[in-house]
Design a protein around this ligand. Structure first.
Ligand SMILES: Nc1ncnc2c1ncn2[C@@H]1O[C@H](COP(=O)(O)OP(=O)(O)O)[C@@H](O)[C@H]1O
Length: 190
């Protein structure tokens, strides 16, 4: 399905990037398919573990929260519809969320499977997920519940610092920035 445009784009890609992507795909072709659901409150470690598991098993990480925030930021039609509910701290409609997950699952990066993060969040979403998987002739392999003590969660969340423009997160005790209150990359650059 490569188009003329896509082929031209590849010519612009550095050889070293192209080779490492080829090697990655070769390695990935030997991995078993995996379809996972991660469940856990903010601070439970989903955000830390997801990229590790994703890279190891060549999966895509489908975080509905991240996808919705990106849609809102880039003002796509989906983002415009989701914005109001998100700002009020309410759930976005099941149809919208199911739509973005269904579309994302068709992407090549989800070919080996996926990590669902923040989805399903309602019974309707869970039923729709069942339908989607049935249609694709697949199943969920594992659901991982990041069970964690409330006291630990509180310590992690209250000590968290987020650099808004990059999304990099720090912790006053566990992962402090080099200079208090300053993002490390900025410290490095100046
Ligand atoms: N599965 C979902 N169904 C409906 N709304 C969702 C779903 N996932 C995320 N959202 C919307 O995105 C917001 C942010 O989600 P998320 O990043 O998971 O963070 P939080 O832990 O603050 O809920 C939610 O408050 C909700 O409005």
């Amino acid at each position: 399905m490569a188009t003329g445009g896509a082929a031209a784009d590849l010519e612009d890609v550095q050889t070293v990037d192209l080779m490492s992507e080829l090697l990655r795909r070769l390695k990935c072709s030997q991995k078993p398919d995996k379809r996972l659901i991660f469940i856990g409150p903010p601070g439970s470690g989903k955000g830390t573990q997801s990229p590790v598991v994703k890279d190891e098993y060549c999966l895509c990480h489908l975080s509905t929260g991240d996808m919705l925030r990106a849609a809102v930021a880039s003002k796509t039609p989906l983002g415009v519809k989701a914005k109001e509910a998100m700002e009020k701290g309410e759930l976005v409609s099941d149809d919208l969320v199911v739509g973005i997950i269904d579309e994302a699952m068709n992407k090549p990066k989800c070919q080996k499977g996926f990590i669902l993060d923040g989805f399903p969040r309602t019974v309707t979403q869970a039923e729709k997920l069942d339908e989607m998987l049935k249609r694709r002739g697949t199943e969920i392999d594992k659901v991982l519940n990041f069970a964690i003590d409330d006291a630990i969660l509180e310590e992690r969340i209250t000590g968290r610092w987020i650099h808004p423009s990059s999304g990099r997160s720090y912790h006053t005790k566990f992962a402090p920035p080099k200079t208090p209150g300053v993002d490390d990359m900025i410290t490095l650059m100046f």
